[in-house]
Design a protein around this ligand. Structure first.
Ligand code: ZN
Length: 242
């Protein structure tokens, strides 16, 4: 049995809230906190990419990546990437501020989406999927991004054992990413994840989706530098695959 480290606490969670213009408040969390996103629109027909962090509030590595990305690209620089971007760095501000997996209703937001295999039964308490699918305000925010923005490539940043988890037709992007990060690729994380974004968007709607599991316990300060090239290369692969 592999002993898993814990993620390190975020150095300054408040600094990662990405608020103020031009950030848009997408809604509020179960605990009443703002969930903010940023649309960077290149042109009407540029491919649409959705980068998502902080689904699990205690997986600080993913938010650290999003923060680094925002710091580098949220000014005019992002235009060099040739894609439209929707950035949602912290879907679960309750969990992120409280350094816990779930939102303030105790729901695992990556088990709450209305997938065909959604079940009210959790295999472990930490995976509590909510009283019904799509019950959580954060899930509704996620659905609004999928429905209104219509992303064509999604990367959701988590942390666990290091791996590039392929959901739906994301193989080419996953290969590029896995090579650069030296992470294994897998279509199967090893246990069922009903109600997850990967199942909902990737497998059931065939939107290329990658759930990137950073190695849990990485210093948030080094995550962006470690992953930058892998993520940017996968964007290039995505553009070229269209
Ligand atoms: Zn996670």
């Amino acid at each position: 049995m592999i002993e898993l480290k814990e993620s390190l606490p975020y150095p300054d969670p408040q600094s990662a809230f990405f608020s103020g213009a031009p950030w848009k408040t997408m809604g509020t969390s179960a605990g009443g906190r703002d969930v903010t996103g940023l649309l960077l629109e290149h042109s009407n027909n540029a491919p649409r990419v959705f980068l998502l962090g902080g689904v699990h509030g205690n997986e600080t590595e993913g938010v650290a990546f999003m923060e680094g990305f925002v710091r580098e690209f949220a000014d005019e620089t992002w235009k060099s990437l040739g894609v439209n971007l929707f950035l949602l760095p912290v879907l679960n501000p309750d969990g992120f501020l409280g350094f816990k997996r779930q939102n303030d209703n105790g729901v695992d937001l990556n088990r709450n989406m209305s997938t065909k295999d959604w079940t009210p039964v959790a295999s472990e308490p930490k995976y509590f999927p909510g009283p019904s699918s799509d019950s959580e305000p954060e899930t509704k925010i996620l659905l609004s991004v999928l429905n209104d923005y219509k992303p064509e490539y999604i990367i959701s940043f988590h942390s666990w054992k290091p791996m590039v988890n392929i959901n739906g037709p994301a193989h080419a992007m996953a290969r590029t990413m896995g090579e650069k990060l030296n992470y294994i690729l897998t279509e199967d994380i090893g246990y069922p994840t009903p109600g997850s974004l990967g199942t909902y968007a990737g497998w059931e709607r065939q939107i290329p989706t990658i759930t990137l599991e950073f190695e849990r316990g990485m210093d948030p300060a080094v995550v962006y530098g470690f992953a930058r090239e892998g993520i940017l290369s996968s964007l290039e692969t995505f553009i070229n695959s269209r």
